[in-house]
Design a protein around this ligand. Structure first.
Ligand code: MV4
Length: 446
């Protein structure tokens, strides 16, 4: 096992990784920008290294500074958290080339899944159902028209280098197609420096359901059920839950088995998430995430595993030591993402925390790096806390979540807590009756 792990991240996820390392007897190295000198992840680390000025590109994305920090502290391994360098295949390769272990998948798998065309091709070949569309990149108008007429309008043109909704254009008919293709390529080039695009059939009101997997280096693979992440606004998730209110246990086990077989065949290692659109009882793969995700705690709460601990063990070459028959999903969990932002306009609201009281009690978990007196910097993501609640069933979970949101005090800045409280009172949400477009309608009416 590793003696020392460098955590190449900040905020709640840096703390989350630190906690897992602490429990495993592993020493931690925090890296930080000058804006994060007083951050909780720095205060709680065994060693700290300042890696640059506030802008992420000069600090948390500064590969040479991070590798230097790992060298001077004599770290064994690097955990990337989520965001920043977590899905950068070149970074993962450089970490290994410098003699450290990258706590995550192999660089080749990160690269394969980073390009959405190669990801779709790879998973299709191992039996995963994908959204109907082009087999590969589409460049010319005629080629695009052939594909679109074959699958039927409306279609969606997506950037191969994209993901998360950037560079996505819809074409309702053949007249709209050439302009949509041109726009999608232009956006893709501007956003990713790569104008490669592909075409998919546009699905009208799906849910966003993602399946969590865990795989070691010896072909042992388990799935940990799914998360429903349909509640999002402008491609930012707001709340996630596990299990999905839309699936029954039979559907869960069926998609789980398909995903486990695929992962084993791909030779993938570490945590991973298959993202599906789910409509009319069918799953359609869209993307795979090769990192620990923000919403991983809802899965942990229903399966009882520490996903970060499992990631670290896998990276150290330890076999899983359990199989699918040992995984038991129990109860229901919901995560509310709490952002430093105005609950009406969603504009960022950085500032100093004046009062802080986090909720507690049975089934309540708070993943946050906040403390009273902490100054939330304006240079990074506005996610400041995750409130995760577990209950024996969805109803108990909702009652507990209302109670916990009501207890939560974060003074000194605006947060999305009032928004979550309003959401908890909506009959559609309470019934689990929502799709990927529901939240934006809810906000329009609010
Ligand atoms: C789609 C789709 C409908 N049909 N693909 C948006 C983010 C990116 N990861 C994929 N996205 C979508 N792809 C087809 N063929 C609708 C979306 C989409 C969406 C997906 C998941 C969660 C929220 C979303 C919000 C708007 C659009």
């Amino acid at each position: 096992m590793f003696e020392k792990v460098l955590i190449a991240n900040r905020g709640e996820i840096a703390l989350r990784v630190q906690r897992a390392c602490n429990e495993m007897g592993i020493r931690t190295v925090a890296v930080h920008s000058t804006a994060d000198e007083d951050a909780m992840h720095v205060r709680l680390a065994d060693e700290t290294v300042c890696i640059g000025p506030p802008p992420a590109k000069d600090s948390y994305l500064n590969v040479s500074a991070i590798l230097t920090a790992a060298t001077i502290t004599n770290a064994d391994a690097i955990h990337p958290g989520y965001g920043f360098l977590s899905e950068n295949a070149d970074f993962a390769a450089m970490v290994e080339e410098h003699g450290f272990t990258f706590i995550g998948p192999e660089p080749d798998h990160i690269r394969m899944m980073g390009n959405k065309i190669s990801a779709k091709k790879a998973v299709f070949e191992v039996g995963i159902p994908v959204v109907p569309g082009s087999d590969g990149p589409v460049s010319g108008d005629e080629e695009a028209l052939d594909v679109a007429e074959d699958i039927g309008f409306p279609v969606l043109i997506k950037a191969a280098a994209g993901g998360g909704g950037k560079g996505m254009i819809r074409a309702g008919n053949s007249q709209e197609l050439p302009d949509a293709l041109k726009m999608a390529k232009g956006e893709a080039l501007a956003a990713f420096g790569d104008d490669e695009v592909y075409i998919e059939k546009f699905l009208h009101g799906p849910r966003h359901i993602e399946v969590q997997v865990l795989a070691d280096s010896f072909g042992n693979v388990v799935h940990l059920g799914e998360r429903d992440c349909s509640l999002q606004r402008r491609h930012q998730k707001i709340l996630e839950e596990a299990p999905s209110p839309a699936l029954n246990d039979d559907q869960r086990q069926r998609i789980g088995r398909v995903v486990v077989d695929a992962i084993r065949e791909l030779g993938y290692r570490s945590v991973g998430t298959f993202e599906f659109l789910y409509q009319d009882g069918e799953f359609y793969f869209i993307e795979m995430n090769t990192r620990l995700q923000v919403e991983h705690p809802v899965t942990e709460m229903i399966c009882g595993l520490d996903l970060v601990r499992e990631m670290v063990r896998i990276a150290a070459g330890t076999p899983l030591g359990y199989g699918q028959e040992d995984i038991h999903l129990s109860g229901h969990a919901i995560e509310c993402r709490i952002n430093a932002e105005n609950p009406e306009t969603f504009l960022p609201s950085p500032g100093r925390i004046s009062d802080y009281h986090s909720p507690g009690g049975l089934g309540v978990r708070v993943d946050s790096a906040l403390y009273s007196g902490y100054l939330v910097p304006n240079h990074y993501d506005s996610l400041i806390a995750k409130l995760i609640v577990h209950g024996a069933n969805r109803n108990e979970c909702l009652m507990r979540l209302r109670r916990a949101l009501g207890e939560y005090v974060i003074g000194g800045l605006e947060t999305s807590i009032p928004f979550h409280l309003r959401l908890m009172a909506d009959p559609d949400f309470v019934n689990g009756d929502y799709d990927i477009h529901w939240l934006e309608r809810f906000m329009g009416e609010a």
